[in-house]
Ligand binder design. Structure first.
Ligand SMILES: NC(=O)c1ccc[n+]([C@@H]2O[C@H](COP(=O)([O-])OP(=O)(O)OC[C@H]3O[C@@H](n4cnc5c(N)ncnc54)[C@H](OP(=O)(O)O)[C@@H]3O)[C@@H](O)[C@H]2O)c1
Length: 286
C-alpha cells in the first residue's frame, strides 16, 4: 500500500512513518514541505502521488496561541484538513485525521465515548470538531481518531519532558489537580492507527492508552519512575495559571469503538511511560 503522511516530522507523524514502513508499506512522508493549507498545492500534489491511504497528522497544536490568533488554528486544523479531505475525495482513498479530547467540555463526569455529544470550549477544539464534521460530510471512507496527552521520543516538547526538565532546573513544581485525562504513548497510538486504518472499518475512534489521572498525579508518577520522588510538587488549580485556553477539566476518552470493532485494548499508560523515561534518562535528554 502507498501511504502519504502529512505532518510526518511531528511526534505522532514520526511514529506513523516508522510503523507503516516496518509493516512493509511504501511511505511518502511530508511536513512543512507540503503545506496542507495550500489548496492548489494539495489538490495537484496528492492526486499526483496517488496514495492508497492519506494521513493528516499535521496540526497547529498550541491551544493557548489558538485563543490569541484563532485564524492560524482554523487555517491549519480546519482548512488544511478540508483541503486533504477534498484531495482524498479526488483520489478516492481513505483519509486519516487526528482529533482531540478538546472537542468535549469536560463536564460529563465520566469518560467520553464516541456516542457523547461534543461541545468544545476553545478555538482548538472548535477547529478540530469542524474538521471532523467536514470529513464526515464529504467522505465515506475516513478514520477519525480522538486522542489526548501524547508523549514520545519525537516530541519537541511534551508533559513528561517538561516535568523532568523543570524538576531538574527548578527543584520544585506547581501542577494542576483539576485537569484529568489519559496519557498516551505516540508509539502505541501509531500502532492503533495502523491496525484500524488498514482494516476497512471506517469511522470515529477514541484512542488512548488505558488509565486515568490528573496532571498532578501524572507529574508525581513521572518523578517516581525517574527516581526523583524527593522533588516537591505543589498542587494548584488551572485558573491560577492564567492561560488563555479553557481546558476540559475531566476528559478521559473511553475507547469504546475500538472494543466494539474487535481491536485489542491499548495497554496501561504506565508501561510505555516507564520505557520512555528510561530512554530519556539513558540518552541524557533530561
Ligand atoms: N500532542 C497532543 O497531546 C495531542 C493531543 C490530542 C490530539 N493531538 C493531535 O494529534 C496530531 C499529531 O500531534 P503531534 O503531537 O504529533 O503534533 P506535532 O508534533 O506538533 O506535529 C505536527 C506537525 O505538523 C507540522 N505542521 C504544522 N503546520 C503544517 C502545515 N500547514 N502543513 C504541513 N505540516 C504542518 C508541524 O510543524 P511545526 O512543528 O514546525 O509547526 C509538525 O511537524 C495532531 O492532529 C494533533 O492536533 C495531539
Amino acid at each position: 500500500m502507498k501511504v502519504v503522511i502529512c505532518g510526518a516530522a511531528g511526534q505522532l507523524g514520526s511514529e506513523l512513518v516508522i510503523r507503516f514502513k516496518e509493516e512493509g508499506h511504501e511511505v511518502l512522508a511530508y511536513d512543512l514541505d507540503l503545506d496542507i493549507t495550500d489548496f492548489d498545492l494539495i489538490m495537484s500534489k496528492v492526486p499526483e502521488l496517488k496514495p492508497d491511504l492519506l494521513i493528516n497528522s499535521a496540526a497547529h497544536v498550541n491551544a493557548d496561541e489558538a485563543e490569541l490568533k484563532p485564524e492560524i488554528s482554523y487555517r491549519v486544523n480546519f482548512t488544511g484538513t478540508q483541503n486533504l479531505a477534498l484531495a482524498a475525495q479526488k483520489v478516492g482513498c481513505p483519509l486519516v485525521f487526528i482529533s482531540s479530547d478538546y472537542v468535549f467540555d469536560g463536564e460529563k463526569g465520566t469518560p467520553y465515548t464516541e456516542f457523547d455529544e461534543p461541545n468544545p470550549l476553545g478555538v482548538y477544539g472548535k477547529a478540530k470538531l469542524a474538521a471532523e464534521r467536514y470529513i464526515v460530510s464529504v467522505l465515506n471512507q475516513y478514520y477519525i481518531f480522538r486522542t489526548q496527552w501524547i508523549f514520545g521520543k519525537y516530541s519537541k516538547r511534551d508533559f513528561v519532558k517538561s516535568i523532568l526538565k523543570n524538576a531538574k532546573e527548578k527543584g520544585e513544581l506547581r501542577v494542576v489537580t483539576d485537569e484529568t485525562g489519559s496519557p498516551t504513548s505516540a508509539c502505541d497510538l501509531a500502532q492503533i492507527i495502523y491496525l484500524v486504518s488498514t482494516s476497512g472499518k471506517f469511522g470515529t475512534y477514541h484512542a488512548t492508552n488505558s488509565g486515568v489521572c490528573s496532571r498532578f498525579e501524572f507529574a508525581k508518577e513521572i518523578l517516581d519512575i525517574a527516581g526523583w520522588s524527593e522533588i516537591l510538587v505543589q498542587p494548584i488549580l488551572y485558573k491560577e495559571l492564567n492561560l488563555p485556553c479553557p481546558r476540559p477539566k475531566y476528559s478521559p476518552l473511553e475507547n469504546m469503538n475500538l472494543r466494539l470493532q474487535g481491536f485489542p485494548s491499548p495497554r496501561p499508560y504506565g508501561e510505555p511511560l516507564k520505557e520512555y523515561i528510561s530512554w530519556l534518562l539513558r540518552e541524557g535528554i533530561v
